[in-house]
Design a protein around this ligand. Structure first.
Ligand code: HEM
Length: 377
């Protein structure tokens, strides 16, 4: 069995951190345009559009030209349909073979969308490779060129980039395309889920919303064009996001396949057993979380966090295959809240759900509220 490549941690570090925040902040203006319309808005859909745009800019293209703008709806449609396909296939073993699934109406839609995403991303990769090659041929320092706007594909195209195991990347365009698609699938819906849940929690906890609002105003004072240093000042806001992800993790379960017979918790697990890790159960375990269903951002003060078992909190999983976008996601969520909170108040919708721990949820690629409404802005 081969282990898929694992790029270096996709933290803000490979980018200019200032650029990352600025990209998100400028992309956020789109949300502000959506929400300046007095008509009722689908907040999740808005967040999806916003995150997909920001994601495409930081992984693929740097700037949103006309071509990219046109391609964004294809990306978001693809994500929607992909989630739907995960749901319907998971519970229907007959649809597991690609050949059979490909013959269904949903399978055909997914195939067509995937072909469009592949074509767009393939063009971007080929163009970027050509640009980098040309700069090299002209003698310009390649590193200097890509440092100006270093997207994920630049890292993957850079022959000096190393995997987390320290080996050099050598990837073909189609391997890079696969990596980009894995990132797209893993990054966007999970981030949108965390953002959506946080807004929903703020809607039912006005006192928490008030404190986040006060912190953003006090620390940033209505500043435009936020930097990573600004974002790092938002300690309480981060605690709120973390507590939301404790009770309502974007990824409530994950799984591992046991490669060889293993003794675990007093049981013998045969090779090829699939083990499910109940992240949401772990996050509500009273052994680590006193009064576990109470929403309390102070659980994530530096002092309280330091005393906790390191594996009691697993929103980004842990170990060799944990999430490589955790820091990036946190920065996106904080930047988004920092831009939205001073401009909008999130009001609760009268759906009868007032306790975050009791919000009914389901999940496919990421968790979401069952039949629910996020709140109104
Ligand atoms: C709030 C947002 C996010 C959450 C809650 C989240 C959660 C997770 C979790 C739980 C896993 C591990 C699954 C497992 O153990 O089997 C994972 C894997 C992964 N995540 Fe995230 N993620 C988020 C955002 C992102 C972002 C923004 C990126 C990319 C920039 C990303 C890229 C990945 C990748 C590539 C993997 C697979 C890693 C591997 O197999 O080595 N994620 N994510």
């Amino acid at each position: 069995m081969t282990t898929p490549l694992r790029p270096p941690t996709f933290s803000p570090r490979p980018y200019s951190t200032q650029q990352l925040c600025l990209i998100f902040y400028s992309t956020l203006k789109l949300c502000l345009i959506f929400w300046s319309d007095p008509q009722e808005q689908d907040v999740t859909e808005n967040l999806l559009q916003l995150t997909a745009r920001a994601f495409v800019r930081t992984t693929l293209v740097g700037d949103l030209d006309e071509d990219t703008e046109k391609a964004i709806p294809t990306f978001t449609d693809c994500l929607h349909e992909f989630s739907r396909s995960v749901n319907s296939r998971s519970f229907q073993p007959l649809l597991w073979p690609d050949l059979v699934f490909g013959l269904t109406p949903l399978g055909r839609v997914v195939r067509q969308l995937r072909a469009k995403v592949d074509a767009f991303s393939g063009r971007v990769i080929a163009k970027r490779r050509a640009e980098l090659g040309q700069r090299s041929a002209e003698g310009e320092d390649r590193a200097d060129f890509i440092r100006q706007r270093r997207t994920l594909i630049d890292i993957l195209l850079d022959p000096k980039s190393k995997t987390s195991e320290g080996t050099l990347f050598e990837m073909s365009d189609s391997e890079i395309l696969d990596e980009v698609k894995i990132f797209l699938g893993a990054a966007v819906e999970t981030t949108v889920a965390a953002l959506g849940w946080t807004l929903k929690v703020l809607s039912v906890r006005p006192e928490v919303q008030e404190r986040v609002h006060a912190e953003v105003l006090e620390q940033l004072g209505g500043k435009e064009g936020l930097t990573s240093a600004d974002i790092n000042k938002l300690k309480y806001t981060e605690q709120v996001i973390k507590e939301t992800m404790r009770l309502l993790p974007s990824v409530p379960y994950t799984a591992r396949v046991v490669r060889e017979e293993t003794k675990f918790g007093g049981h013998t697990l045969p090779a090829a057993t699939t083990l499910f890790l109940n992240i949401v159960g772990c996050h509500r375990d009273p052994k680590h979380w006193p009064d576990p269903t109470r929403f309390d951002p102070d659980r994530f003060s530096a002092e309280a966090s330091a005393k906790r078992h390191p594996y009691a909190y697993l929103p980004f999983s842990a170990g060799a295959r944990n999430c490589i976008g955790g820091r990036y996601a946190m920065m996106v969520i904080k930047t988004t809240l920092a831009a939205l909170v001073p401009r909008y108040r999130v009001d609760a919708v009268p759906d009868g759900h007032t306790e975050p721990a009791d919000f009914p949820f389901t999940f496919d690629v990421a968790s979401r509220m069952l039949g629910g409404d996020l709140g109104s802005v």
